[in-house]
Design a protein around this ligand. Structure first.
Ligand SMILES: C[S@@+](CC[C@H](N)C(=O)[O-])C[C@H]1O[C@@H](n2cnc3c(N)ncnc32)[C@H](O)[C@@H]1O
Length: 279
């Protein structure tokens, strides 16, 4: 869960948007002192002000109040001794190993690692792994899994929407998570991943794709239902300037939540096209 108070969230978002307290106040027709009081947590915005404030800060009212629906939803799913997604790594992990075998401690970033099965698998193979998820419950189980397997993974809780890599990675990986990135932010997000990839590195990503003939998964979150799924081919477009190792669309059966259903997924493994003479 996000532990920031509403005032801190307002201040953080305002600064991210490059607004002064005065500019935000003008957008809302209030005094800058009111904004200052919110940010110092000495007063809360009026309930009636919340929708307007959320629009001005490009966020939802839930987000403004520090409530992350996805985190709450996944905390519930992961609140069990069993591993919701099982313990076997995603198939894409084996393709990643073929592309960049762990001949040295390559740095892997797993975004939205869930209960950590893939991150722990990579660590067992000899990679240096950093992994995060929005669900604190997922992170706790992931840490337990790493301990059980006697490997170290740098696990932490973070929201992919606010996350900016602090480092370059050799492998940037994410499976089944990127529909939580709002569509208008996706190009910028992929550009940031590309620029945080080392010269020999790869990005390995898969995304759930909308198909009119595939009904919404029965255990899908509100976000998934609200059609944040990707368009077929959208992911490949953002990587048009990279070399593709894997570029595929598949429909597969899934039994998550113990209810059989189908998903459509686009999978991309791509690496930078180096200038002639360097590769
Ligand atoms: C379908 S699961 C995939 C988990 C894991 N990657 C796997 O393949 O087993 C989606 C994951 O995305 C996480 N998630 C949802 N919204 C997120 C966000 N805004 N930031 C980071 N993780 C998020 C959920 O907590 C959940 O663990």
């Amino acid at each position: 869960m996000n532990h920031l108070k509403t005032g801190e969230i307002i201040g953080k978002k305002r600064k991210e948007l490059g607004l002064t307290q005065n500019q935000l106040a003008k957008l809302l027709n209030i005094s800058f002192q009111a904004v200052s009081k919110w940010e110092n947590n000495t007063a809360y915005p009026d309930i009636e002000m919340l929708p307007k404030l959320a629009v001005a800060l490009h966020m939802t009212v839930d987000g403004l109040l520090g409530y992350q629906a996805a985190a709450a939803d996944y905390d519930k799913r992961y609140d069990d001794d069993e591993y919701y997604w099982g313990l076997a790594p995603n198939n894409i992990c084996y393709d990643i190993i073929k592309c960049l075998p762990p001949v040295k401690q390559y740095r892997v970033l797993d975004m939205g690692c869930g209960e950590g099965k893939d991150a722990v698998f990579f660590a067992k193979c000899g990679y240096h792994v950093t992994a995060f998820d929005i669900s604190q419950q997922g992170i706790e189980k992931a840490k337990k899994l790493a301990k059980h397997n006697e490997v170290h993974v740098n696990f932490f809780q973070a929201d992919i929407i606010d996350y900016h890599p602090d480092n370059k990675y050799d492998i940037i990986f994410s499976s089944g998570v990127l529909h939580y990135i709002p569509q208008p932010k996706r190009k910028e997000f992929c550009d940031s991943l590309k620029s945080h990839t080392s010269d020999i590195g790869i990005n390995a990503l898969n995304v759930f794709v909308q198909k009119p003939f595939i009904p919404c998964a029965p255990d899908s979150t509100a976000k998934e239902e609200s059609k944040e799924l990707w368009h077929s081919g959208e992911l490949f477009g953002y990587y048009h300037d990279w070399l593709f190792h894997t570029c595929q669309e598949e429909i597969f059966d899934c039994n998550s939540g113990n209810i059989p259903h189908k998903h459509c997924m686009n999978t991309l493994i791509a690496h930078k096209a180096m200038p002639k003479g360097i590769d």
